[in-house]
Design a protein around this ligand. Structure first.
Ligand code: ADP
Ligand code: ZN
Length: 797
């Protein structure tokens, strides 16, 4: 027998090895193995078994690692799809499906933590004579029957030697056993019961349950069987978009759908953005499913766990003991089997996209996995992504709406303040408009709390000389340095470069001592608050103040119990926080996100404003929101003011349609990086010519549309469309392809690298990815220029 192995070094190739007689019957697809490669020993994953190989003189597999296959065939299939669709080496995709803590374990260390346990043995014959100390220790052991050695030593104030003596006397047995590391062992979580749902919640849950039933009956396969060949399955509408304002009871629906999955003997995965994976969130899930004898039912996977904890949580899932997984992005690869349900909360969040290879989007992977494994997928958000909402409109997903808050609380009242007006009369632009200042004063008087939001940290955004125009720039990036007052330093927010603040303009021809700071950051907001409201207790929450693991929890804890009056922060405070005493939210500079060079700038502004506004009025008092803006009539701001998602969607989709931007098309962003700008530029132009040459001769549109399980079927519309693209019109044509660029990246230089980009847009992304992979394979670039491919990018910078 022969195995095909994907090696852990990126070679975009798989290699054949012999199964030696000693390992016969022990190797399956998904096993990790050690194999000889050139003169080294390398780890890899078995991707297939075969009878014969085209290669002569195969070497044998050296070792099989672990008793259980780590990569299940289903996850392996998913990894293959990721490699293909996201245009990356299969080894890289394969690597990302296992947590490092699981992957890195060598055969000798099993990864589990072993601890010594003491167990009382039945006494046969005469009871030995014990000293007073020994007797005391024995009494404890006898009472407990079994106890951890470390615990016993502490409890009895004794030593391991004393315990060994009892072992010699035949009274006890000392064994080494696995002790599971449970990151939540110390939390005392009170169990909760399902709440009686209101009619809209109940209707939504019912639809999800019906779909789960259908999937369980073999849904996709049966339906496909009825309709035709299994190779072209009709996507069933077992993907739901749960669109509900914050506080409308989405989480309660997830919880009850999860319970339903468990009742059906199925497991589930819940994805939440890393930032909302707070102890409170985890607690809500554990409280429903993990109390009492069901201790291990919920596994948690996120980056704050220790390697050991992650190892144990993962194996709990693999062994089928944990049936529900809650985690950030990579939890989508958890080996849950059988998988009945995937929930993606806050599905619009950009953190679901991995910003390094494999550059997958966990929401889209979730949908693909759901389809592969007949699992129902529920995407939830108060501000859905245009992509997901568009797919509802096209009938790909089923829309479920929860238009009202559970407790019938009103949505907060949002007022937009025209800052151009506020700037008149005063000297320059104030940080706080008179309206917002007045509102804060009221809250302080009434003992209510305020949240102020500005999505920019630091004190000032630039150090500028008013005389010669000099701006302090990062030497590594094409970005102005931000002034940080606490440490009196200029810092780059891209690469972390730090510099002292000059006493005078560094321009040798100028040397003006009256150098000034321009722009605004959270530090300055905090400082100005202290001047305006000297008695207010103000706290700031941004990446600079939240350095340690516990800072976040502590700051929010203080705010919750009312030790803080005003919380100032960046997007960190925009999400999911729930404080009944917050009755005012101020958005200091709402246009900030609008100025990004990104077609999603409007969408992001709308989402951010809606999310931040949702922090106000979660208690009995109606909330009030002040949005300060220099472009108060921008649609993103106006629709957010009216809490009108569909209105925003309608006008935004028109713009996307005109310019053929997602969700109307899909984007592949090719970025070339290098230290020599000319070389980068030249390489980009070379790549563009190659693309035009190769994509022009690709198959005609018909072939693309009929491609089986193409993403156009899954995510978008499969129909052919003519284009009025703004950039290069389709050539002989790869379907509806638009090629833009090369152009300097919005941030031309980052961390000393120059970057040039080419943007491709098409509906048939699967097809394009495959063709791109081929082009890249034969592309020759200068040694110091690298190319990265980002399919469906969320960050165009
Ligand atoms: P969302 O996830 O949409 O923000 P949640 O599920 O967190 O909403 O619900 C908001 C609050 O309302 C929570 O405190 C939750 O316990 C409560 N809640 C949800 N559904 C119900 C219900 N049917 N009856 C009573 N309270 C509910
Ligand atoms: Zn920099």
């Amino acid at each position: 027998m022969i195995v095909r192995v994907s090696l852990e070094i990126a070679l975009r190739k798989e290699f054949d090895y012999l199964i030696p007689a000693g390992l016969a019957g022990q190797i399956e697809v998904g096993n990790r193995v050690q194999v000889p490669f050139r003169s080294r020993k390398i780890y890899g994953t078995v991707t297939a078994l075969a009878e014969e190989s085209a290669h002569p003189g195969l070497k044998p597999v050296l070792k099989v690692i672990g008793a259980q296959t780590l990569v299940t065939p289903k996850v392996l299939k998913l990894a293959r799809w990721i490699a293909e669709y996201y245009c990356c080496a299969p080894e890289i995709a394969l690597k990302s499906v296992l947590p490092e803590a699981v992957r890195k374990k060598k055969e000798t260390e099993e990864g589990w933590k072993k601890q010594l346990y003491i167990r009382a043995l039945p006494v046969t014959g005469e009871f030995p004579k014990l000293s007073k100390r020994q007797q005391e220790v024995w009494n404890i052991i006898e009472e407990r029957r079994e106890i951890l050695l470390t615990e016993l030593v502490e409890l009895a104030e004794t030593t391991a030697a004393t315990v060994r003596r009892l072992e010699d006397l035949g009274l006890v047995e000392i064994t080494s056993q696995i002790s599971e590391r449970d990151p939540y062992a110390r939390e005392h979580i009170l169990p909760t019961q399902p709440l009686p749902l209101n009619p809209t919640q109940a209707a939504a849950l019912e639809k999800i349950k019906v779909a789960m039933k259908r999937s369980e009956d073999g849904g996709l396969k049966m339906e496909a069987g009825k309709r035709g060949p299994a190779s072209s399955p009709q996507p069933p509408s077992s993907t739901f978009l749960l669109h509900g304002v914050t506080g409308s009871g989405k989480t309660e629906i997830y919880l009850q759908a999860l319970a339903h999955a468990l009742e059906q003997g199925q497991g589930a995965i819940v994805l939440v953005p890393e930032i909302s994976l707070t102890p409170q969130t985890v607690e809500r899930f554990k409280a429903r499913f993990s109390s009492g004898k069901l201790q291990t039912l919920v596994a948690v996977l996120h980056s704050h766990l220790s390697a050991g904890e992650r190892h144990d949580e993962w194996h709990k899932i693999r062994q089928g003991r944990a049936r529900i997984v809650i985690g950030a992005r990579s939890a989508i690869f958890a080996p849950v089997e059988p998988l009945g349900l995937i929930v993606v909360d806050e599905e619009h969040e950009h953190t679901y996209k991995q910003e390094e290879a494999p550059r997958y989007h966990a929401r889209d992977v979730a949908i693909m996995r759901g389809q592969m494994e007949n699992a129902v997928v529920v995407l939830g958000s108060a501000t859905p992504s245009l992509e997901s909402y568009y797919n509802c409109k096209k009938g790909k997903y089923t829309l479920l709406e929860l238009p009202e808050r559970v407790d019938n609380q009103k949505m907060p009242h949002v007022r937009v303040v025209d800052m151009r007006q506020a700037a008149r009369g005063e000297k320059g632009v104030p940080i706080f408009s008179p309206q917002l200042k007045e509102a804060i004063t009221q809250r302080l008087e009434r003992g209510e709390q305020t949240i102020l939001f500005l999505n920019r940290r630091g004190y000032s955004t630039a150090l500028q000389c008013p005389k010669c125009g000099y701006v302090a720039q990062c030497p590594n990036c094409s970005l102005a340095l931000t002034y940080h007052r606490p440490e009196q330093k200029l810092r780059c927010h891209i690469c972390g470069f730090m510099d002292a603040v000059p006493a005078a303009c560094p321009n040798v021809k100028c040397k003006n001592p009256a150098i000034r700071y321009a722009g605004l950051g959270t530090q300055k907001v905090e400082e100005t608050l202290a001047k305006l409201f000297p008695n207010a207790r103000v706290r700031r929450m941004d990446a600079d103040t939240m350095k340690r693991k516990d800072d976040y929890r502590k700051t929010l804890g203080d705010f919750r119990v009312g030790k803080t009056d005003i919380l100032v922060g960046t997007q960190m405070i925009a999400k999911g926080l729930h404080f009944p005493n917050v009755t005012l939210v101020g958005i200091i500079y709402a246009d900030l996100a609008l100025h990004q060079p990104d077609f999603r700038a409007g969408e992001r502004t709308f989402q951010l404003l809606t999310q931040v506004a949702g922090r106000a009025g979660r208690g009995d008092v109606e909330g009030e929101v002040f949005v300060q803006a220099f472009t108060p009539f921008h649609p993103a701001i106006q629709y957010a003011r009216r809490h009108d998602f569909t209105g925003f969607y309608e006008q935004e989709i028109e713009f996307r349609e005109q310019l053929k931007y997602p969700p109307v098309s899909r984007v592949a962003l090719l970025t070339l990086r290098g230290r020599n700008e000319d070389k980068v530029k030249f390489s980009a132009e070379h790549l563009k010519r190659e693309l035009e040459k190769n994509l022009g001769t690709a198959p005609a549109s018909g072939a693309v549309v009929s491609a089986p399980a193409d993403d156009t079927e899954l995510f978008g519309e499969g129909a052919k469309q003519d284009t009025r693209g703004a950039c290069a019109p389709p050539k002989k044509s790869f379907y509806d392809l638009i090629i833009c660029g090369p152009a300097p990246a919005p941030l031309l230089r980052a961390e000393t690298f120059y970057r040039y980009q080419i943007m491709l847009r098409t509906r048939a992304m699967s097809k394009l990815s495959q063709t791109l992979a081929k082009i890249i394979e034969t592309l020759s670039l200068p040694e110091d220029v690298t190319l990265s491919v980002d399919i469906d990018p969320v960050n165009l910078g």
